[in-house]
Design a protein around this ligand. Structure first.
Ligand code: SAH
Length: 485
């Protein structure tokens, strides 16, 4: 099993090594010099190659004296069998991907002997971090990939349901899953764990296709609920699995496509019920259907921004790109009237359920936000508060310019509809559009709409999505709250 095998060595260029020394954890494939025979998702030892001659590759940038120091130091500890590589420096342990452009994701600057223990400790540390810093909610990101030093793994908690996403080869094998799942079960005692698999990510990582579904159900739930659902069917747990592990894989249970109620567990029409629960944040309540919706279900990264927006919002509010009503439901506590706009009908249906759950009346409009904002601003409509929280327009550096034009259009239209004293909450979750870019977009939209803007708050993502210095990709969400004057 990949966790305990002897770790193969991967050699990288100096450029790759410098990146690691500057506290980043990724090394791109173009910086991998030697990784022959390394299996997908393996835990590897990473070493830097010092080439002996100028034509030996991209890493030959050191001066002769630097080289001899490095060679002298390393020859004693790391003799290399490669004649082209005179000396090496160990950089630590990493997960290796045979498919992704990000070939290496470091997990430690030291060689890790017991990867299982490291992962268990990091899962525990991630949970303690939330206990310390996450407030006023029972829904938060428990594991944020590189942000929690567990690169490639995402786990969200929605009350008693955990929802996970595997983003790299390393986390997919069964032994690895057992490891982190059992740790999560012990520490968080969920009723169910589901996996939201992203077909695009799995293709990029050359992982076999996998449907989203249940990966684990609490034994209580199993005895209380499943037998009723499975009447007439064969026992779902194969003999050799029964009682042999605290991790019950849905694949073993043969229930990947079956959906079972986790709380309330009320049957719905047909043989399927939903894995559902309710969660709350900042005193606002939400319904959660674990196998529906986008991402792992809700946009937890906006939790603290919802509360901030609510503080300033007033009058009549428009929440554009509302999804399941995250901002709208918060604004409803401080505004006279709230309208939420989204192009997704299922999202608005969930938003409406959320409104009912909180005893709020909110108007939902199914529309293309660009069309609606153009029509409204052209016809002179006014709002006292507008929230813009579009999807990531720039998925890559190449689409940055187009994305910036999209943000500009939205912000310009919104500003035209805001009278003096009006509040604009504008967000971007595109990593490739920086905080500075968004400020520039806003400045130029303010100029074009003849508005003066003052920034009340310049915010980022909630603390359960920790951004690590050295890995800028972990900081992606921007949220500017400003007042028109
Ligand atoms: N504000 C939300 C998250 C928004 S995610 C929250 O806090 O939960 C982006 C949303 O934009 C999605 O719900 C998606 O359905 C919607 N969307 C994408 N393109 C759109 C468009 N052109 N017009 C309206 N909505 C759109």
């Amino acid at each position: 099993m990949p966790i305990t095998e002897d770790q193969p060595v991967v050699t990288i260029t100096r450029r790759g090594a410098d990146r690691i020394r500057s506290a980043h954890v990724w090394v791109y494939r173009s910086d991998v010099v030697q990784a022959e025979g390394v299996s997908p998702g393996a835990v590897v030892l990473v070493q830097e190659a010092h080439k002996s001659s100028g034509n030996a590759g991209k890493s030959a940038h050191s001066t002769p004296s630097q080289r001899s120091v490095a060679q002298g130091r390393n020859r004693a500890t790391q003799p290399s069998s490669d004649t082209n590589v005179r000396a090496t420096r160990m950089l630590g342990s990493a997960f290796y991907s045979t498919a992704s452009e990000i070939a290496i994701r470091m997990i430690s600057p030291k060689p890790v002997k017991d990867v299982g223990q490291l992962i268990r400790e990091r899962v525990r540390a991630a949970i303690s971090y939330r206990e310390r810093f996450v407030k006023d909610t029972n829904a938060y990101r428990v594991i944020f990939s590189e942000g929690d030093f567990l690169p490639g793994l995402i786990v969200d908690k929605y009350n008693d349901i955990l929802s996970l996403q595997v983003l790299t080869q390393a986390w997919d094998p069964e032994p690895m899953r057992k490891l982190f799942l059992s740790e999560l079960q012990d520490a968080l005692q969920p009723k169910a764990i589901v996996e939201r698999s992203d077909p695009r990510v799995r293709r990029l990582e050359q992982l076999p296709e996998k449907e989203s579904g249940i990966v684990w159900l609490s034994p209580n739930l199993y005895t209380d609920v499943i037998p009723n659902r499975l009447s007439g069917e064969k026992p779902a747990v194969p003999e050799r699995e029964a009682g042999s592990s605290s991790v019950r894989s849905a694949a073993l249970l043969g229930m990947t496509s079956r959906r079972v109620g986790a709380t309330g567990a009320s049957p719905v029409e047909g043989s399927e019920t939903a894995i559902t629960t309710e969660f709350h944040m900042n005193g606002v309540h939400f319904v959660y259907d674990a196998l529906a919706g986008q991402k792992t279900g809700a946009f937890l990264d906006q939790r603290e921004n919802y509360a901030a927006a609510e503080k300033y919002a007033r009058g009549e509010a428009l929440d554009v790109f509302t999804y399941q009503g995250g901002f709208a439901l918060h604004l409803a506590r401080s505004c006279d009237k709230v309208t939420g706009v989204d192009s997704s009908r299922p999202a608005l249906e969930a938003a409406d359920q959320n409104a009912a759950l909180n005893g709020r009346e909110i108007e939902w409009i199914e529309a293309n936000a660009f069309d609606l904002l153009r029509d409204y601003s052209d016809s002179g409509r006014k709002y006292d508060t507008i929230v813009l929280d579009p999807p990531a327009f720039a998925k890559s550096r190449q689409t940055r310019e187009t994305a910036i034009r999209g943000y500009k259009e939205l912000n310009l239209r919104a500003l035209k509809m805001l009278p003096p004293g009006g509040i604009l909450v504008t967000c971007s979750c595109s990593y490739h559009v920086s905080a500075t870019d968004l400020l520039e977009v806003l400045s130029s939209a303010a100029l074009d709409s003849h508005r003066n803007l003052r920034i009340l708050e310049n915010r980022g993502q909630a603390k359960d999505h920790p951004s690590v210095l050295g890995v800028p990709e972990t900081a992606y969400l921007k949220c500017l709250i400003s007042v028109v004057s």
